[in-house]
Design a protein around this ligand. Structure first.
Ligand SMILES: Cc1ncc(COP(=O)(O)O)c(C=O)c1O
Length: 392
């Protein structure tokens, strides 16, 4: 099916289509995503940044900051507009009124969950990690001298959720101190419901296990009947959780290395901040500028992005269904599709996709070699090209 044929049932306005349809050549920018297959005819659809230009107000603000010409130290806590912007965004988009001093800026979510391991565990403790999961998240316990215990994702009614029985059992081990969760889930795309989050809270609290919730994808809710619930907003988790967020995935500013943890409990916050001392740098000024603008001037762009991604997801679902041997469960959020390729009957799904000219993320890196993860945060024409190649 051609792009035009597909867009005939798209309700999108033309301006929107043009904005996200633009193919932008990143080959001269050393983009991590594009370097991997440099010189090869393989479409990079792996690492989780999108192919979309950041909103114009962000670009303009960064240019204006560059024009100033001085790039000395900026302490994030003193950069009032970025802090206020986070508070505004959380109140408006996530119904969460926070206090400014709950915000701890970090130069990325990856350092933040590693800091959580260091802050709340001692050598030999165990950390629960939902599986499959983002590779650096899976790696965090071992990096910090801790044991990783995996909590499986299970299929229930056509969607992925946690194996709560396993969670119940693993959390009861007195050595278990921390549960790192990814919500919305990367790679499986589910958003925890109120009931599911309450269950997590109940199990964690009963066993004195802290919850570190990586919510970097929380502004990418595609199923409009679903709502993201930040962990720290739950009264029962207020004093036992840290919530990690960033504007980076949504607004394509991950290269600016800026994110934040929301830690309402003072003692947990102090421990977290102490664990950063000496080796975690401050979030940088460009990231603060971009985050401020993302969370104050880009609401319409954000809505347009979600509409575009919803259409991309519909296309991916339709295409996956039409290829024998591939299977995709319900994706509530993210721009990532966790595709079960076991039905293809090939030994190495990643190699098979690459042989067809498409470069997903290998499922084995997330904990399941039968799968691949496709990043559909790209112009529709690229998506169509990818599936055309897969079907050839
Ligand atoms: C779940 C999750 N957490 C964290 C990150 C990376 O965060 P950062 O670049 O802020 O370290 C990613 C990037 O793909 C991700 O998917």
């Amino acid at each position: 099916m051609s792009f035009l044929a597909f867009s005939q049932f798209s309700p999108m306005v033309k301006g929107q289509i043009m904005q996200f349809d633009e193919i932008i050549d990143r080959s001269s920018t050393h983009a991590y995503k594009w370097e991997k297959y440099k010189g090869k005819d393989i479409l990079p659809m792996w690492v989780a940044d999108t192919e979309f230009a950041s909103p114009l107000p962000i670009q303009q603000a960064l240019k204006a900051r560059c024009d100033h010409g001085l790039f000395g130290y900026t302490l994030p806590a003193q950069y009032e507009p970025a802090n206020k912007a986070v508070m505004r965004w959380l109140a408006d988009k996530h119904d969460w009124e926070i206090e400014q001093d709950w915000i701890v800026w970090t130069p990325g979510v990856v350092p933040a969950f590693n800091v959580a391991c260091k802050a709340y565990c001692r050598t030999g403790d165990t950390v629960l990690v939902q599986t499959p999961n983002y590779p650096p998240l899976r790696a965090a316990p071992a990096i910090n001298g801790l044991q990783r215990v995996e909590i499986d994702s299970v299929e229930v009614d056509g969607r992925w959720t946690l194996n709560f029985e396993q969670l119940e059992e693993a959390a009861a081990d007195p050595k278990c101190k921390l549960f790192i969760i990814c919500n919305p889930m990367n790679p499986v795309g589910s958003v925890l419901s109120q009931q599911e989050l309450e269950k997590v809270a109940e199990i964690c609290n009963r066993n004195n296990v802290k919850l570190c919730s990586d919510e970097i994808h929380c502004d990418l809710i595609l199923d409009q009947s679903k709502q993201h619930i930040p962990a720290g907003r739950e009264q029962s988790l207020r004093d036992s959780s840290i919530t990690l967020m960033a504007a980076s995935k949504t607004f394509n500013i991950a290269g600016l290395g800026t994110s934040f943890a929301i830690i309402p409990n003072r003692s947990l916050r102090t421990k977290f901040v102490s664990a950063t001392q000496g080796f975690v740098p401050w979030a940088n000024v460009m990231g603060l500028v971009a985050t401020e603008v993302a969370f104050t001037q880009c609401d319409e762009w954000h809505q347009n992005l979600l509409d575009y991604l919803r259409e991309n997801l519909a296309y991916v679902e339709q295409q996956v269904q039409s290829i024998e041997g591939l299977r995709l469960l319900k994706v509530d959020a993210t721009f990532l599709a966790w595709i079960d390729a076991s039905g293809l009957g090939v030994e190495d799904p990643q190699a098979y996709f690459e042989s067809k000219g498409v470069g997903p993320s290998p499922g084995v890196d997330f904990g399941d070699k039968r799968f691949v993860r496709i990043n559909f945060g790209c112009p529709r024409s690229q998506l169509i090209e990818a599936f055309t190649r897969l079907k050839a």
